[in-house]
Design a protein around this ligand. Structure first.
Ligand SMILES: Cc1cc2nc3c(=O)[nH]c(=O)nc-3n(C[C@H](O)[C@H](O)[C@H](O)COP(=O)(O)OP(=O)(O)OC[C@H]3O[C@@H](n4cnc5c(N)ncnc54)[C@H](O)[C@@H]3O)c2cc1C
Ligand code: FES
Length: 256
């Protein structure tokens, strides 16, 4: 983990309120695991807490990484106003991401994402592809207008879409997409809201390798403040930290 002033290489709006931000800096060289995140300081003195944002992809030869975020409040609104040449104070890479070592060439992995949970799944899919693992993507969005990275995911493997209003792909949510699927996966990787994660946990409870990326309110982002604790099912006195032990956990490992 490193803290660094990273330089913005470029920023573009992919969909209403959804921005893709490319950053350059040394800490890219430490990125080894899809699903890790950056803890980004908002360059405003009244906003003290850093904002956790998943790493969407990285390119170590170019020394750049990309994040995709949705404008929610003051912090992300401020990020959206920045442009090439501006700098951001970034800590990372942080957290424990998706593990892909257990999978072998020829295996099939399901990649399941919803809304603003989709970004970290892109680097994951790239790395699974490089290992010769077949990926099938199941991506859910609110409506066609906020769909992004459709072509990028389609270039990596079969991709099924759902939208709540049926304007793109199947009408419904990713749970409906998964129920309609007949292929059996060797592993499932998911990131999205808790409803999506719970659906995945339930549908694949027989499968050994199901990895879920959780979200939590964070402060320090590196295991010191206990703002992000979750309990574990077997022992109510035991807890895990989403920022340090996660954000990715095996299904059943934590209560969310
Ligand atoms: C591990 C992790 C990865 C994430 N990856 C992404 C991503 O790739 N793209 C994306 O758009 N969003 C992502 N989020 C959510 C993102 O952190 C929040 O949307 C963002 O912090 C909101 O900041 P704000 O100042 O705009 O909103 P405000 O509502 O003003 O935020 C106020 C405070 O609450 C915290 N906060 C608000 N919402 C969340 C949330 N959902 N999760 C955690 N902290 C929150 C902020 O960090 C800040 O401290 C991720 C969250 C976590 C925990
Ligand atoms: S945010 Fe401080 S321990 Fe996780």
């Amino acid at each position: 983990m490193k803290q660094e002033m990273m330089t913005i290489v470029g920023q573009q709006e992919l969909a209403p309120r959804i921005y893709e931000l490319v950053l350059a800096g040394e800490l890219v060289q430490q990125m080894k695991m899809p699903g890790q995140f950056l803890h980004i300081r908002v360059p405003r003195n009244d906003l003290l807490l850093r904002r956790p944002i998943s790493i969407n992809q990285y390119d170590q030869d170019a020394g750049t990484c990309t994040v995709i975020y949705r404008v929610e409040g003051d912090g992300t609104k401020f990020f959206a106003e920045l442009s090439a040449g501006d700098q951001l104070d970034v800590m990372g890479p942080l957290g424990h991401g998706f593990e892909i070592d257990q999978l072998n060439a020829g295996d099939t992995a399901f990649i399941v994402g919803g809304g603003i949970g989709v970004p970290p799944l892109y680097q994951l899919s790239k790395e699974l592809n490089e290992k010769g693992i077949k990926v099938i993507h199941f991506l859910g969005f609110g409506t066609q207008e906020v769909v992004y990275y459709a072509d990028e995911f389609q270039a990596l493997g079969e991709t099924r879409f759902s939208t709540d209003d049926g304007t793109f792909g199947l009408q419904g949510n990713v749970g409906n997409l998964l129920l309609a699927e007949t292929t059996q996966p060797d592993a499932v990787f998911a990131c999205g809201n808790n409803g999506l994660l719970k659906t995945v946990e339930q549908l694949y409870n027989q499968l050994e390798n199901v990895q879920l990326s959780l979200e939590s309110r964070m402060a320090c982002g590196m295991g010191a403040c206990y703002a992000c604790v979750c309990h574990v099912p077997e022992d109510e006195n035991k807890s895990v930290k989403v920022c340090e032990d996660g954000p990715v956990f095996q299904a059943g490992e934590v209560i969310f």
